[in-house]
Design a protein around this ligand. Structure first.
Ligand SMILES: Cc1cc2nc3c(=O)[nH]c(=O)nc-3n(C[C@H](O)[C@H](O)[C@H](O)COP(=O)(O)O)c2cc1C
Length: 205
């Protein structure tokens, strides 16, 4: 069901059946996905790993951030019948409430794939996680060096997505090859957000 009300995701679990060492050993980039939907609890886990609140220190996140300036914003591009009980659309991840807010209705995966050099697995995966940055949050504190810090930080978030997907038996690939402006237009992003990574997530074929 698609609604403009926030979609509260199930709380993330902090116990899993795959060890960290196994997840690191098994992690690999996968570019073949089945069209099978993923569950809300799987999506919950992926978003929490990417940028959720860690339970250890209250407002801190699962990913480190230079000076805790937190420049990253996460969007979810979802196809029709691709996430359990969630309609097609572009959603913003509200990490404070661990919920999704509908940003734009409709399946834009094909447009997103076109904006990324026709990497067709972006369209084939049920879900694409798009990590964007507002550089100013970090640049305000660190000046020109802030840009470097933002790029390092998105790598941390991407690796967490890889490892969490692996631990759940899901698959992903980090995509950096795309036209920034085209992706911004497909996602209807506000001017201050720059897309840095697209990560399709789904069951490996
Ligand atoms: C910054 C960055 C950008 C990448 N961009 C793409 C991409 O646009 N398309 C793609 O298929 N893979 C992309 N990859 C994935 C790499 O191709 C992949 O990590 C590499 O081949 C090593 O394979 P592995 O991840 O399975 O160890 C990217 C990886 C990184 C770190």
């Amino acid at each position: 069901m698609t609604t403009s009300q926030p979609i509260y995701l199930p709380p993330p679990s902090q116990k899993g059946s795959v060890s960290l060492e196994e997840a690191i050993a098994k992690r690999q980039s996968v570019r073949d996905f089945t069209p099978e939907p993923i569950s809300q609890s799987q999506l919950s886990q992926i978003l929490w790993a990417a940028q959720g609140i860690s339970n250890t220190r209250g407002r801190y996140r699962t990913v480190p951030s230079a000076g805790a300036t937190y420049p990253l914003e996460v969007f979810v591009v979802c196809g029709r019948n691709c996430i359990e009980d969630i309609g097609d659309g572009i959603y913003h991840y509200d990490l404070a409430h661990h919920s999704l807010t509908l940003h734009h209705k409709g399946d834009v995966r094909l447009e997103l794939a076109r904006a990324a050099l026709d990497q067709e697995f972006i369209y084939e995966a049920p879900v694409d996680i798009v990590i964007c940055a507002e550089y100013e949050r970090t640049a305000m504190r660190y000046g020109a060096r802030g840009e470097r810090y933002v790029h390092i930080e998105v790598g941390h978030a991407g690796q967490n997505i890889y490892l969490q997907a692996t631990a759940l038996g899901l698959a992903t690939v980090a995509i950096g090859a795309f036209h920034d402006e085209a992706v911004r237009e497909v996602l209807r992003l506000d001017k201050q957000y720059k897309p840095l990574y697209i990560m399709p997530v789904g069951k490996p074929a």
